[in-house]
Design a protein around this ligand. Sequence first.
Ligand SMILES: [Zn+2]
Length: 99
Amino acid sequence: MGCNIENAAFSPTTHAEVNAINAAVVAGERRFLAIAVVTENEVPPFPCCICRQSIAEFDDGSMEVIALNTSGTIRKTGFLELYPEPFGSKQLGVDPTKY
Ligand SMILES: [Zn+2]
């Protein structure tokens, strides 16, 4: 579980998606089946591009991204449909599931 942590200087802002991933990694998780984002937006947004880059580190090509709002609207897609050519651990020759 995560929440946005805002900062007056925008670059240190951390979004809930990244906080959730970081918390899960600290708890020992390395593989994720899905990530869900809940907002009050009429059209629930998918994660921003900064979050997509963080998510990419843990996607094995099958992760589902779920965006939903408090009114019950649900949108789903595969992570690679949102971010088809991520720069990630493969380009660096590292397998994040092994450390
Ligand atoms: Zn974000």
